[in-house]
Design a protein around this ligand. Structure first.
Ligand code: 9WN
Length: 413
């Protein structure tokens, strides 16, 4: 099992970073790289550091870490939307997208450092990455506090990492899709269309991204039609602020402002809690009622006041913790549930890892162990699938998927 997981990561390694999937996603993705580093640290702490530092090499001068760093070695039209669509090049000459993904990076950097502290200190890893991670969090907490309530807003479904989640349906319904003949999807060349977002979804994704691009990715002047505070995005920022506090301490710096930021974000996040679950807040529309895995991810927040209630929800009929495979991406009893379609029901390995970490921190060892066993069993039986059917565990999307191998490797170690 360990060897099989390592083989996936080695096969997807490009020399300085890891592609999520050779076929479907042939560039470097932001939150994928963070999860990949968390697994890769067991195979090679040095490579895990290179993974994170190569991603940070595509950071913009405003502090944002773009969701894709494009590889010049790959055909320009291998993935849609590619570099010609985004038209974004960093001052260092790296072609990137202009949107972001959830901030798992500081957590990944801290865990990577811990994998081999002596070597990490010798290589000067933390002093190099700390200021970049601080700039990233500062971008999020200032430019992206679009609601003025102390939470970060996402401005595109891709920014959540959970692209076609039912939580975005009402907000997306307000967006006029780009004409279908104005772009060519490449994802359905490699994965079954039934496992992927629909053409209508894609038309809307393209429209939102083009509007941001046409305003030079300026958060102050873009007329965002889609702006939501996502529980998982903010919970990951809190976990990463705690990690920055650990990093600051290791560097003999004062961690207090990171802990203060984590406390403020945790208090603001509390306002998204209703009926046993965290829900996204739509800054342009009515309250979001869809229950998704995003609403459970705050389980990873240290000292979360709502943890006990959240755990009850995870174990109930809506998410069936311990009774279905991994943790479904959407409420099993919800009207939009589809067992095979992407973020509308299937279970994903990265979110299972996050829930496992939360359960472990809460001392829920039995649930944590059961989830761990299921991750390992399914990773192997599906040849490291991108996601699985929550009822029968059958593979969906791509195979030999990097973060699936990475989180399996981490849970094995
Ligand atoms: C758009 C790479 C990424 C993941 C996301 C997942 C999917 C991209 C796509 O693949 O999104 O960013 O083309 O569908 O939803 O979480 O980071 O693995």
């Amino acid at each position: 099992m360990r060897q099989a997981a390592e083989k996936v990561l080695l096969g997807n390694w490009t020399g300085h970073s890891t592609v999520p999937s050779r076929s479907l996603y042939p560039h470097q993705w932001s939150w994928d790289s963070a999860f990949i580093a968390i697994g890769l640290r067991h195979l090679s702490p040095r490579r895990a550091q290179v993974e994170l530092e190569s991603l940070l090499g595509s950071q913009w001068s405003d502090g944002r870490i773009p969701h894709i760093s494009f590889s010049p070695a790959v055909a320009r039209d291998a993935y849609f939307p590619g570099p010609d669509f985004w038209q974004a090049t960093t001052t260092g000459g790296v072609e990137t997208s202009g949107i972001i993904q959830p901030p798992v990076h500081a957590l990944a950097a801290w865990l990577t450092h811990q994998a081999d502290e002596q070597e990490s200190v010798r290589r000067g890893f933390l002093p190099r990455v700390y200021p970049k991670l601080v700039a990233w969090h500062t971008y999020l907490r200032t430019r992206r506090d679009l609601g003025g309530r102390g939470l970060v807003a996402i401005v595109h479904p891709w920014e959540s990492g959970m692209d076609n989640s039912p939580a975005w349906d009402a907000a997306l319904a307000r967006v006029t899709p780009a004409p279908l003949d104005s772009f060519t999807r490449r994802d359905t060349d490699h994965a079954s269309p039934g496992d992927r977002p629909t053409d209508l979804d894609y038309g809307r994704y393209v429209q939102l991204a083009a509007t941001y691009r046409d305003h030079a990715y300026d958060d102050a002047t873009t007329p965002f039609q889609f702006a939501l505070e996502d529980p998982a995005f903010n919970a990951l920022l809190i976990a990463s602020e705690h990690a920055l506090a650990d990093i600051a301490e290791a560097l003999d710096l004062d961690p207090a402002h990171h802990l203060k930021a984590a406390d403020e974000l945790t208090a603001a996040l509390g306002e998204l809690f209703a009926d046993g679950l965290f829900h996204a807040r739509d800054l342009r529309g009515t309250p979001v009622t869809a229950g998704t895995i995003s609403g459970l991810i705050p389980l990873i927040v240290p000292g979360l006041p709502q943890a006990a209630e959240l755990l009850t929800t995870a174990r109930g009929d809506r998410f069936g913790l311990g009774r279905v495979h991994l943790v479904p991406s959407y409420d099993l009893t919800g009207p939009a549930f589809e067992r095979g379609r992407y973020w509308r029901g299937p279970s994903w390995f990265n979110t299972a890892w996050l829930i496992h970490r939360g359960l472990t921190t809460l001392g829920e060892q039995q649930h944590a162990d059961q989830l761990r066993d299921d991750v390992l069993k399914l990773a192997e039986s599906t040849d490291f699938a991108e996601y699985v059917d929550p009822y029968d565990g059958s593979p969906r999307g791509a195979q030999t998927f990097s973060w699936t191998a990475a989180v399996a490797l981490d849970l094995l170690s």
